[in-house]
Design a protein around this ligand. Structure first.
Ligand SMILES: Cc1cc2nc3c(=O)[nH]c(=O)nc-3n(C[C@H](O)[C@H](O)[C@H](O)COP(=O)(O)OP(=O)(O)OC[C@H]3O[C@@H](n4cnc5c(N)ncnc54)[C@H](O)[C@@H]3O)c2cc1C
Length: 238
């Protein structure tokens, strides 16, 4: 999995600060922004205060855009459920999926027998994809897009895909609270962790508040006895 930062809002700290301060000031956000107040030392405190009060809209004015590749459609299906974001995904209609790449889950990868079965299935799907392509390719009414859009029905969920996602800081904090959970599915968790690491490098004051939601709540909302952080003691007695 490769996750690269394509872009992010310029001067993110100054933008968040100006947007938040303007709410309580006679000055416009622009005037506060151009004054370039020195805020580096107190910025983390300032963010903590906003988060504590639930005054989160200033965080929405700064966003991050990621280019993601080497992940499965299973992972992107979970990712795109997060609605306060923008996505652009590689099409299986315009891009030929013959000889598609795929993602192998670690449990299957490390088990020789399981890996063999997995790879057999991939080989069969690739063969049948080509076979179907040849059969349907003879139909004059089907152009390449029409052909691809139906051929993709036999692709596995493990198929590799590429996607661009843009999220603002508020949504990123929410996304991390759900997907950095130690019990989250391994691939979306790995993706969330890579995105989190990039964000934290740019804006540590904001993303030091990121983490699985149990850390904020002080218990595992899934009431899981196997939660490494907050195991549910009642459940363990069952
Ligand atoms: C542990 C776990 C298990 C899951 N299991 C399943 C499952 O079995 N089946 C399944 O279908 N999905 C499942 N999901 C996906 C889940 O239901 C959400 O679709 C996904 O987490 C997106 O997050 P969200 O809705 O909180 O927030 P986002 O879409 O990221 O939006 C952020 C926030 O904006 C607000 N918001 C956004 N849109 C609306 C709206 N229309 N109305 C009101 N408020 C809104 C909410 O406060 C929301 O929390 C699971 C998620 C997790 C974390």
């Amino acid at each position: 999995m490769q996750v690269k930062l394509l872009s992010y809002t310029q001067n993110p700290k100054a933008v968040i600060y100006a947007c938040a301060r303007q709410c309580y000031s006679k000055l416009s956000a622009y005037n506060i922004y151009v004054k370039k107040e020195k805020l580096s030392k107190r910025f983390k405190e300032f963010i903590a205060h906003l988060i504590e009060r639930g005054h989160l809209s200033p965080l929405e004015h700064v966003s991050f855009t990621f280019s993601i590749e080497g992940i499965s459609r299973i992972c992107t299906h979970q990712l795109v459920r997060h609605r306060i974001a923008s996505y652009s995904q590689q099409s299986q209609r315009y891009v030929d999926m013959e000889n598609f790449n795929y993602i192998i889950p670690p449990t299957i990868k490390k088990n020789k027998e399981a890996k063999k079965v997995f790879l057999e299935v991939i080989t069969i799907i690739r063969e049948k994809y080509r076979e179907l392509k040849e059969i349907l390719g003879k139909e004059k009414t089907l152009d390449r897009e029409k052909l691809n859009q139906d051929l993709r029905f036999i692709l596995p969920q493990a198929v590799e895909t590429k996607i661009v996602v843009t999220m603002n800081c508020r949504e990123l904090l929410h996304f991390f609270s759900e997907r950095l959970c130690l019990r989250a599915q391994w691939e979306i968790r790995a993706l969330a962790y890579k995105m989190f690491s990039l964000c934290k490098r740019i804006l540590p004051e904001v993303f030091s508040f990121a983490g699985p939601k149990c850390k904020r709540m002080g218990f595992c909302p899934e009431k899981a006895f196997d939660c490494p952080l907050f195991p549910d003691k009642l459940d363990k007695k069952k």
